[in-house]
Write a protein that binds this ligand. Structure first.
Ligand code: XIL
Length: 331
């Protein structure tokens, strides 16, 4: 069992799972696996801004509360994902007709209210998600950049920190989260320049590496270099959205044994790399979904990945895959 084995390590860390509230039926196979195998949860989408806030100043807490209460009641760590992300901007905010200063005030209010609502219940937040453009040199041209200017990332972290402190939570961990930084070196450098800026204000505690990987890439060395940079800066490392595609080029129609073993090896490698981090830099290694048939990968328009894939640890019948064995071997 992943959780049991991880807990026995000299320097343990959380084994995380991205979940949906609809899956939290007491006694279901999903629930049993979650409680036996995983020690941290992230909401796959239900704690994003477009879900929590459908009107300015009005909050739909019900679903997000269910997720947080489930973690709290079962001794499972809760990681908040994500306060600010260009792909989950509510319609009312996209359409917001006020001034830039008023827009900024709306974002500040949102971050403050959400962090306050979950103070002491959510251990960490991805404050800003995917703020760097894939060209690696500029900030992603989002509504937040356009409306709030280049200082928006820092502002968001400051508001999150301030809200936590005001609510008496001095241990909330604040993360910046992004993808493809191990292979896209300009992007990696840009992310670490954001980190330096945030560190100067003592505003960041950790870095989330999404790790939507495939059975070939990134290489072990590329991942290691990326993670080590975070270690050198004294940050906690969250492998925040791990999945390993085996059909990224859509060249197979069934899951072949060769790909099965390649995926297993890649999961093992990722876990070993994570496990080798210094204790102080460990936090959680989170897998982005439980069963292959529930993975976001085939549905992602950005990944342009229309075919089948089998990126996760369990098959559609909740049976463990070789990937799961590889994960376990890496611990
Ligand atoms: C995805 C979820 O998996 C989907 O269910 C949702 O519809 C869209 O978002 N990077 C992130 C995650 O930071 O929030 C995304 O999750 C996947 C890419």
């Amino acid at each position: 069992f992943l959780k049991v084995k991880a807990n026995k390590l000299a320097n343990p860390f959380f084994i995380g799972m991205a979940i949906k509230a609809s899956q939290l039926t007491n006694g279901s196979p999903y629930d049993i696996i979650l409680e036996n195998e995983f020690s941290s949860i992230s909401a796959e989408y239900e704690m994003k801004m477009d879900q929590i806030s459908t009107t300015s100043g009005v909050y739909n807490w019900t679903v997000a509360d269910k997720i947080v209460a489930y973690g709290n009641a079962n001794g499972i760590n809760v990681h908040g994902h994500a306060l600010v992300w260009h792909n989950s901007v509510p319609q009312w905010l996209k359409d917001f007709s006020g001034t830039d200063a008023e827009f900024k005030a709306e974002v500040k209010k949102y971050i403050t209210d959400v962090v306050t609502h979950y103070a002491g219940k959510v251990k960490s937040w991805d404050v800003v998600n995917e703020a760097v453009d894939d060209n690696g040199t500029t900030m992603r041209n989002t509504i937040f950049l356009q409306r709030m200017g280049a200082g928006y990332v820092k502002d968001c972290f400051q508001w999150a920190r301030d809200a936590a402190k005001a609510a008496g939570d001095n241990s909330l961990l604040l993360f910046y989260n992004d993808y493809a930084t191990s292979t896209n070196i300009p992007k990696q450098n840009k992310v670490f320049s954001i980190v330096d800026d945030l560190k100067a204000g003592n505003l960041i505690d950790g870095l989330g590496f999404q790790m939507h990987n495939n059975y070939l890439n990134p290489t072990k060395a590329q991942i290691q270099t990326d993670l080590n940079k975070a270690v050198a800066k004294g940050l906690k490392v969250h492998v925040s959205e791990l999945d390993i595609q085996v059909n990224q080029s859509n060249d197979i129609s069934t899951f072949t044994n060769e790909r099965r073993l390649a995926q297993k090896a890649k999961y093992k490698e990722m876990v070993q790399l994570y496990n080798a981090l210094p204790a102080a830099n460990k936090y959680a290694l989170t897998v982005w979904g439980m069963r292959d048939n529930e993975s976001w990968i085939p549905y992602s328009t950005e990944l342009n990945h229309p075919g089948n894939d089998w990126p996760l640890l369990y098959d559609s019948n909740f049976a463990v895959k070789s990937a799961h064995t590889g994960f376990l071997e890496g611990l």
